[in-house]
Design a protein around this ligand. Structure first.
Ligand SMILES: [Zn+2]
Length: 258
């Protein structure tokens, strides 16, 4: 093989690898024929429930997320425990959110039940609002119990000083959508994106993205965490609006810990 021919073959191999990585990355959610949904326009939140029969909860559900938190009832909620170890920094831009996948072994105890931490991701502006007020960014720590129940710990962000952990996440967002980038030498801890105070609002809700599955335990921390204006701006470069509008309560009660 001539050197130039060898180069061509190598280039083709590299391109193929890229294409395959892109496809398998996007398909790693396990849906070959994934229905396209967005935060605006024809396939926006008002239409999610009609895009696919499996998404019907988005329009027919009665405990949908996010919500506006107003008139929360003070309750003796059990303290939430978070046992979060460090994780290798593994970031993915899945086309709907910037997400950091978490190494196994970290968990939270919510309402006396253990939920393993799977990943955290961000929405901007915030999805849940408090007394009608939205925040520039909201983080979701997604957990799953052994029996398959989901619990989210939500964090609200307000403009202020820079957050180091979020800085590390933003710096490692892969260029290619749907592919995970691992910063092998860098460890982060979910504690770095959370407030110290663990007072929280608790309510029943759903996934805030399709298929809007209900039965999710929502636990939104009361104390906002600061991030810099620059960090908010950086996030907006990826997602101008990735917040589902607030949904009706349908008689649900929001509790707030003492
Ligand atoms: Zn979310």
């Amino acid at each position: 093989m001539t050197p130039s021919k060898l180069l061509t073959v190598l280039a083709a191999a590299i391109i193929m690898q890229f294409t395959t990585a892109g496809t398998s990355g996007a398909g790693s959610t396990g849906h070959e024929h994934e229905v396209h949904w967005t935060y605006e326009g024809e396939t926006g939140p008002e239409r999610w429930g009609d895009l696919k029969p499996e998404f019907s909860a988005c329009k027919a559900g009665h405990s949908q997320s996010p919500i506006d938190i107003t008139g929360a009832v003070k309750t003796d909620l059990p303290a939430m425990e978070t046992r979060y170890g460090d994780t290798t920094l593994r970031v993915i831009n899945n086309g709907h959110a910037i997400q950091a996948n978490y190494d196994k072994g970290s968990y939270a105890v919510i309402g006396g039940k253990r939920y393993d931490l799977l990943q955290f991701h961000f929405h901007g502006p915030s999805e849940n609002t408090v007394e009608g007020k939205a925040f520039p960014l909201e983080g979701h720590l997604v957990h799953k119990s052994e029996d398959g129940k989901l619990a989210v710990i939500g964090i609200l962000y307000k403009e202020g000083k820079e957050n180091k952990t979020i800085g590390a996440v933003w710096e490692n967002v892969p260029h290619e959508q749907g592919t995970e980038k691992a910063a092998k030498d860098e460890k982060i801890n979910a504690k770095g994106i959370m407030p110290e105070a663990m007072a929280y609002y608790h309510f029943d809700g759903s996934l805030t993205t399709t298929p809007c599955t209900e039965g999710v335990s929502w636990n939104l921390l009361k104390t906002p965490v600061e991030i810099s204006a620059k960090q908010i701006e950086e996030f907006r470069k990826y997602y101008k609006n990735s917040a589902r509008p607030v949904q009706p309560l349908h008689g649900r009660v929001v509790n707030v810990s003492n």
